[in-house]
Design a binder for this molecule. Structure first.
Ligand SMILES: [Zn+2]
Length: 475
């Protein structure tokens, strides 16, 4: 125990060789979707060695008493960015061109490790053992993942639009900006792919079909093929993108990628909000995955019914997968209510056209892993897989009594209820405390960095400062 306490200040990752999680309500999310109402998980080094009922482990190094706990795979957050430093600003002001984009211009690559560590703290605190993260300056972020102990697929996003011109809806593509972003993305691979005990992997991310020209997609694809990497992109995210791609290429964004030969089972696309039925048919045909984020209007049930791999991603200023699942399911239920349900789901012998929390949990774990092509390693509790496990304390007045722990946790649970987070066999959160990050220091350092970024932005944009003061009522 002392080792964990001292590690808080030392920022050292502690791995116990042999851990037994006992008497938990285990939701495996494996092929057979097995649930063990009172079971054990035995972890040896970085792997799951055994799962069962009343396991006999002679002398485990550490025992987690998981009675009245939900034990499940760590979340796979399939699409996210580092944008927490906007908190308390952008939500109040809301102008993409006047606030969001210029503020982004005030970040510096050297600040990313500090912001990254606070971001990793949030991922770990909320049980995201794996995150896919897209960011402009990915190198500093990778350093923070190496320290924090979580698992991360990282991409440097590549866009090369003149943002000043974009304000006036004019698309001008800059070659210097393109080359710098491609270089950062490739360097990320060379510096970090497979590093930190294999917890960090990289992928290629042309930002979106309106933000990157076809030659960027082609160069990324060539690099990805050469190094056996996956690709990801934003796709059919906004009306602006839809209109621009239609105008420039005479087709929808998915059709545009399909015709370029980009769509295959190594590509994942975030959103697909403004997609036609034909577009979704192309996605299905090619095996491409959809990363579903905050749109509650998307036809999630149709996608699942068509067998399209779907992962869930927070893609926001906070990264609570419980909250995301809650919102998504409510959205799907509203939609199902509106349309009277989906025949396909009924034909598939589902009891209802509305996904259960088990269905949503599947998307938030093994579904995300499949969408990102990492399901042979993570996403479910199965013997031989990586030990990425979380426990959720049910002994709270808002969770117990319940007939079904999963429903309770997803309707009413919070990240604070997640008391243990194990990634790659190591405790990253133990009994409610982060073990690899000095949380107090990490958050204060990040706060200081955010203040520097925002103060400078406000100094140089007094009009924006005024708007913020008005909206936050600090005037
Ligand atoms: Zn995004």
């Amino acid at each position: 125990m002392d080792a964990f306490l001292s590690s808080v200040s030392d920022i050292a990752v502690i791995r116990l060789a042999d851990v037994l999680i006992k008497n938990g309500f285990i939701v495996t999310m494996g092929e057979d979707k097995k649930i063990i109402p009172k079971g054990d998980v035995h972890i040896v080094d970085d792997k799951i060695a055994e799962i069962g009922d009343g396991l006999k482990v002679p002398d485990p190094e550490y025992i987690v008493d998981a009675e009245h706990h939900l034990v499940m795979p760590g979340f796979v957050n399939a699409h996210s960015h580092l944008q927490q430093y906007f908190r308390g600003v952008y939500e109040l002001m809301g102008d993409f061109f006047e606030t969001n984009l210029p503020l982004e211009g005030y970040r510096r690559p050297e600040q990313m490790e500090t912001l990254g560590l606070a971001s990793c703290a949030e991922f770990i605190y909320g049980g995201n053992t794996t995150s896919m993260l897209i960011y402009t300056y990915p190198d500093g972020y990778a350093k923070s993942v190496a320290k924090a102990g979580n698992r991360c697929m990282i991409a440097g996003d590549i866009e090369h639009v003149d943002l000043e011109k974009l304000k006036h809806n004019e698309f001008v593509y800059l070659s210097d900006k393109r080359d710098a972003a491609v270089k950062r993305a490739k360097n990320l691979y060379h510096n970090w792919h497979g590093k930190a005990e294999g917890r960090i992997t990289t992928l290629m991310c042309p930002k979106a079909p309106d933000m990157a020209l076809p030659d960027v997609y082609e160069e990324c694809k060539e690099f990805a093929n050469e190094h056996d990497l996956r690709m990801t992109t934003h796709l059919s995210q906004s009306q602006r993108e839809y209109r621009q791609v239609k105008k420039q290429y005479g087709k929808t964004p998915p059709q545009h990628l399909y015709d370029m030969g980009m769509m295959d089972d190594k590509l994942s696309g975030a959103h697909l909000t403004y997609a036609t039925a034909k577009d979704i048919g192309l996605v299905q045909k090619t095996g491409m995955a959809i990363l579903h984020c905050h749109s509650v209007e998307s036809p999630l049930i149709d996608w699942l019914d068509m067998g399209i791999p779907v992962g869930l991603g927070t893609d926001d200023y906070f990264h609570d997968m419980l909250d995301l699942v809650r919102k998504q399911r409510n959205g799907v239920m509203t939609r199902a209510g509106k349309t009277g349900g989906y025949l396909g789901m009924i034909n598939n012998s589902r009891a209802s056209a509305r996904p259960s929390f088990y269905d949503m949990l599947e998307l938030a774990t093994i579904g995300g892993a499949k969408a990102l092509g990492i399901d042979s390693e993570v996403g479910s509790l199965e013997v031989g897989k990586k030990a990425d496990v979380i426990t959720i304390d049910l002994m709270n007045p808002y969770l117990i009594p319940t007939r079904d722990p999963v429903t309770s946790v997803f309707l009413y649970g919070t990240p604070g209820d997640i008391d243990n987070v194990i990634c790659d066999g190591k405790f990253l959160k133990k009994d409610g405390w982060l073990t690899t990050i000095n949380t107090h220091k990490a958050l204060l350092d990040a706060q200081k960095t955010c203040d520097q970024i925002i103060d400078k932005f406000f100094d140089e944009h007094p009009d924006q400062k005024k708007v913020w003061e008005k909206m936050s009522q600090t005037e």
